[in-house]
Structure formats: structure tokens, C-alpha cells
Design a protein around this ligand. Sequence first.
Ligand code: AGP
Length: 599
Amino acid sequence: MCGIFGYKGISSDATNIVLNGLKKLEYRGYDSWGFASFQEGKIKIKKEIGRIPNYSTDFTSHLSIGHTRWATHGQVTANNAHPHTSKDKKVVAVHNGIIENVSELVEKYKLEKETETDSEIIPLLINHFMDEGYSFVNATKKACLQFNGSYAIALINKDSEELIAVKMGSPIILGIGENEFLLSSDIPALLEHTNKVVYLEDKDFVHINKHISISKIDSETKIIPDIKTISWNADSAEKEGYDHFMLKEIFQQPSSIRKTLDGLVENGFPSLNLKKIHLEDFKRITILGCGTSWHSGLVGKFLIESLARIPVDVEYASEFRYRNPIIDKDTLILAISQSGETADTLAALREAKRRGASVLSICNVVESSIARESDDILYTRAGPEIGVASTKAFTTQVTMLYLLTAQLVLKNKSLSENKVKEMIVDIKKIPELIELVLKEEKNIKVLANKLSKKNNALYLGRGIQFPIALEGALKLKEVSYIHAEGYPAAEMKHGPIALIDKNMPCVVIATKDILTYDKILSNIQEIKARGGEVIAIGTKGDFKLKELVDDIIYVPETRYSLTPLLSIIPLQILSYHVALLRSCDIDKPRNLAKSVTVE
Ligand code: AGP
């Protein structure tokens, strides 16, 4: 998704500060970039397609805004890159989001666009109102009230060198430094300058001139900013010696799970400290999510239904809101989102609330839009996840879902208190068991060598391992561009088995369990009988499985409901090393964005 970075302050190196900020936003995904810097009436604008080079400029400036563009409207060209300006270059703007009523506004105000983008309407309309005599501030407010859609905007008046930021639906954060102000699409890019931030709310209007003032686009009333101090340091958002953020985040999972568990267990029982949501009020749960967060939701369904005996639906957020969903007061909506900014999930959450539902969310980013619009929030404490491919977000989401399940079991008395205590004892052991799996990296690299030469792969699992097959396949396709499909193993014989030959490797999660282990051994034999190659994820010591397959990675034994937290680890490492061998851009895969803030 697009990234915004802005600076106004005491430093005369504003342009390089902004360029460095944009490079920290690269992980969000982009295809072009640009900046505009100002100094005593002079303006320097640069816009290019492709990656930001190690560019630095000697253009001194105290005021600059920059943008990384992930094309939504208009081709990937330098002309369509941001910043966009009014004809006289008096108003200069960068934008994240989508303005949906551009053609009506062009028609109504007889404006002339020069680019294919929706964003250009912003400086054009503001300048139009300034020509009618409105001040820069009031012209901007008037224009914003005309826009339909989502936007986070940073804009500058070239003559007065005023800086304005507006938030509506897309993220933008205000950083407050020593005699300097910064704007950014996310926290990590701010951390080397300040850890004092204001999470802007929808309709917030920030005006920075000699002083700063915050109001709403539809009001003059000044708002006292709620300044938060971020505990993350700049290093935690850096690679810390790993070649890629993805590998660092895979290896951070034991500590991320420990941090997520911290403070949520009391006297051996789950203690989620929900403020507004009373779990006993609900008879069913609808989980909303996208991508990896949808996969963790599937694990959650298995956990909650099998242990707490509460019916659970898991919905693609993008589908849910257009399905005229049946929501009533007995339904608890559970929105899962690492970034807390995914537009599809946010829109689905708003639709559910409009229909009267209560919303609990699981997010990794504090004060993100989804977190702020939920009735209650459970924060995973994975720390910033920079790699586009979610890894520690997934395992900390599953951890939180497991704790929620234990809490629901207690409420529903579907198992004894002792059983719940045993559940908690077992999840506390998971970080050290993951550490054992991480030690398998060398063996997994050997398998990556084989898989990296293939163009397709099937990932198969049953029961609680079916979502892991989906997640493992998503990891592989996201970072290595190999087409991979996740399937319930039993579904093989209903079609996919036609694909089996020596060129279709099958990754089968066949950890030992009383429910489906024998069945999945049969599925493996069906594959082998047709010349297929099988890489298995198995339970340590399962030599019977080893005899049946071509390659095996073992994971330690644990209770069935916790096996997903172990079986996903080798699949994350496998996809990382396959992508490395294929020289893919692992942290910033092509076409992908870390936070999909457009629908
Ligand atoms: C997963 O590796 C992808 N990055 C993507 O599917 C992601 O899970 C999805 O876009 C949802 O993001 P969220 O968790 O921030 O809402």
C-alpha cells in the first residue's frame, strides 16, 4: 500500500529525512515514488518509477513530503507518481487511499487533470477554493468535505510553507520531535526521530505552521492531542543481523508468543481482561479476516468448536460485507488483523457494527483503525512485523485464539477447570518447542533446493492441519512465486489427484493424532502410487511415516490443538529458503503490500 512521510522542522536536511523515511516504508509495497521539498519559495520535486535508489540531495530544506505509490488508479508512470500539484504548483499533495467521486468533482468545478490518478483532484480542488478566496486551511477543509472514499493526505502550501495532514480511513501518524514534526504511514519509520506520536483519528486535521493545531475537517474546535510514547526502539524495526525481516520474524516467534502470553494468564487460568465484551452473552462467533489472518481464523474455528462447543463461522472479510450477512445480538464478531488497517476487514467490521453486532478484535498494531473501532481488543505482542509475508503475526494470532478458547471453555464449562489448567501449561511450553523446530533450518534448506526447481506444489492437511496447509501454500506462493495450493487431504481424490506426477511435489502435514493420522497415511500412499513426491511434516520419532515419504521434517509432540503452532514453522522456513534460491525480493514481494488499505 502507499506510504507517506513528511517533515517540517529545525533540520535543513528535510529532503534526505523524508527519503530515508520512505525507504523504511518500502515494505508496504510500491511501484513508484516521489518527494517535494520547499525552501524560501523554491520547490524541488522528483518523481520516479521503480525502487528508491540510495539517493541523497544537497537541496537544503526544512519542509518536505514524500510518497511511495502502489498503483490503484492509473498506470505505473512518473507522471502518475506523487506528489501531485495544482497548476501553479502552489498546492502540493501526497495521498494514500482512494477518492471515489473524482469525475463528479472534475465536472462540477470544471477542473483539468493532467494525470490518470484520483489523487490529483486533491491539490486541484484546494487551489480552486483558494482562488475563490478561502485560506489554505479552509480551502483544504472545504475540499475534504467533498471527497468520498478513503484518504490520508499530507500537503503543503508552497508560498506560506504551511504543512497540513488529514486522515479519513487510511492511516497517518503524527510524530512530535524536538522542534520538529513528522508524518508517517506507520510507526517504525518515525522511531529514529521520535517515540512521541499522535494516532490521528478519522476527520482529524493537523495544521503545522509556526505552531501546530489539530481540529476536525468539519469543525474549528481545537483538539488537545493524545500524545503516546512508543516502547518499540528503532532497532526492533531493523533486521538485527538477519538477511531479511522475514527470517528475523520467523526466529522471533518464541519470544513473540511469550510476550503475547504475558499478563493474560493468572493463577494458571486464562485472564483476557476484556473491558466491554462479556463472552457469556454470545451464542455464536463470526470471524472476519483476510489472507493469513483468515487462516488463523480457521484454526480458531477448530479450537473453539471442538473445545468450547460454540458455533463459529469464518468469513473472508471482503465477501462478508456484500453477502447481506445474518447478524444478531447473539453474534460476536471477531476481527483478526495484524496491521489493523486492512480495508476489507475494517469495512466488514463497520458493516457488522451497523447491523448491531459487538466486535472483539485481535490486532498487532496498537491504536490501529480496527483496534480503535472495536468494542474490545486483544493485542498480540509480536512487535513490528515488517516482512510482507506474515509469520509471527500468524503464530501469535493462533496463540491468542487458543487463550480465547480456554476462556470460552471456562465460561461454557465444556471442560473441567483442571483440563483448562492443562491447556495453559501446554501452551507455555510452545516457545521452547518452536526453538527446537528452528534448529531444523539446515535440513529444511536441503528440501528447499528440490522445491525451488518446481513450478507447482500441493500442500495437504486434515482437521486442524488443513488451515496450516493453506497457510504454508500462501507463504510459498507469496515469496517464491511458485504456484502452490492448500487442500484438505481427503479432497485429493475429488480432483487434485489428477495433478499428481513427479513434477507436482506434495507437502503433507501428517503429525500424529488420533483423529485422522491413519487416513492421511492412506492419502500419502495414494500420492506415492501415482509417482508423486511427498515432503512430510511429522511428529518426532514417527519412523512409520518416514518409511512412506521422500523427505520428512519432524516437529516435537504436543497436544493436538497446539500442533498448528509447530507444523507451520518448517513451512515458513521452507518458503523463505525457496525464495532465497530463486533470488526473489523476500521482504517486498512483487505486487504485494504489507497492509492492504484499499478494498
Ligand atoms: C500474509 O502473508 C499476507 N501478508 C496477507 O495475506 C495478509 O495476511 C493480509 O493482507 C491480511 O493482513 P492483516 O492481517 O494486516 O489484516
